[in-house]
Design a protein around this ligand. Structure first.
Ligand code: NDP
Length: 286
């Protein structure tokens, strides 16, 4: 039976450290790190995510500002708000909760956020810096995955990591980060056109599922003793489930993250870390 990687516990430990760092930074600089969250429309899941982020900020002693815009907001109106937040010295991090309504081009919006305040690390300049191995910010979910591995004592150096899913938010940046010097993994990035996926996933020392399909990874796809990181967060009638079939996979894997309580709490934690980092970088520029 797999040892469970407890993301909730690891996230709480990291947040305790962040609280202390925020207090120290604020006492030294007189600045309280502040995250501005922009929510357009009334998607209930997005509203929950944003509320959780606001609460997490308060828990570590950071400020947050929430901007709720109606579903019929135009792209120009959203861009004007982002411009205002870019120029506001009180705001250190800006996040636009995705998805945005269809009249708004998400790429244009993400490019409008000042790279210095881009705590999601989605701006092309920050993606470029990441690829070159000199990141300004690390994207939150991939960073959370790396922290889970590190804190669980799972070595990435020399390991074969198979990442299933190549989105710009999770799979692609995670594959890049794992292959950088320091992580030193040998990475295989899989997607919907991958031929004989089970033959590849069975080679993984560390298997990361970021697909968005409940229970997609089954025991037959996992090498006995492998570490399985399940990024999937799928709302089903049975509640929130991951991309791995927990019951069967946990019987084969050596270590495994649960859903919920695995990667999810780490994503918000790394967002807080980036907001503190942004506040420090902006203060140093003054
Ligand atoms: P996307 O839908 O953007 O990407 C899904 C990826 O999975 C694509 O690359 C797709 O391939 C691949 N895929 C789909 N079907 C298959 C298949 N049959 N075989 C192999 N690969 C397949 O999803 P995201 O990356 O945004 O999210 C993935 C999951 O992670 C979701 O459940 C999401 O909710 C969750 N998530 C969780 C977070 C957290 O904090 N825990 C944060 C972000 C996401 P192709 O490119 O060929 O289409």
């Amino acid at each position: 039976m797999a040892q469970i990687i407890d993301g909730k516990k690891i996230a709480a430990e990291i947040r305790a450290g962040l609280s202390a760092q925020v207090a120290e930074f604020s006492a030294r600089s007189g600045v309280v790190p502040c995250l501005a969250a922009v929510l357009v429309g009334d998607d209930p899941a997005s509203a929950v995510y944003v509320r959780n982020k606001e609460k997490a900020c308060a828990d570590v002693g950071m400020q947050s500002q929430l901007f709720r815009l109606p579903a019929n907001t135009t792209e120009a109106e959203l861009l004007a708000l982002i411009e205002r937040l870019n120029a506001d010295p009180v705001v250190h991090g800006i996040l636009v909760q995705l998805p945005v309504p269809k009249q708004i081009d998400p790429d244009r919006v993400l490019q409008a956020v000042s790279p210095a305040k881009d705590v999601d690390a989605f701006h092309p300049e920050n993606v470029g810096l990441l690829v070159q191995g000199r990141p300004r910010f690390l994207p939150c979910t991939p960073h959370g995955v790396l922290k889970l591995l590190e804190r669980s004592g799972v070595a990435t150096a020399g390991a074969h990591v198979v990442v299933v899913g190549r989105s710009n938010i999770v799979g692609k940046p995670l594959a890049i980060m794992l292959g950088q010097k320091g992580c030193d993994a040998t990475v295989t990035l899989c997607h919907s056109r991958t031929r004989d996926l089970p033959a590849i996933t069975r080679q993984a020392d560390i298997l990361v599922a970021a697909i968005g399909q409940p229970g997609f990874i089954t025991a037959e796809m996992v090498k006995p003793g492998a570490t399985v990181i399940d990024v999937g967060t799928n709302r089903t009638d049975a509640g929130l489930v991951g991309d791995a079939d927990f019951a069967s996979v946990s019987a084969v894997a050596g270590r495994m993250t649960p859903v919920p309580g695995g990667v999810g709490p780490m994503t918000i934690t790394m967002l807080l870390a980036n907001t503190l980092l942004a506040a420090g970088q902006l203060a140093a520029k003054k």
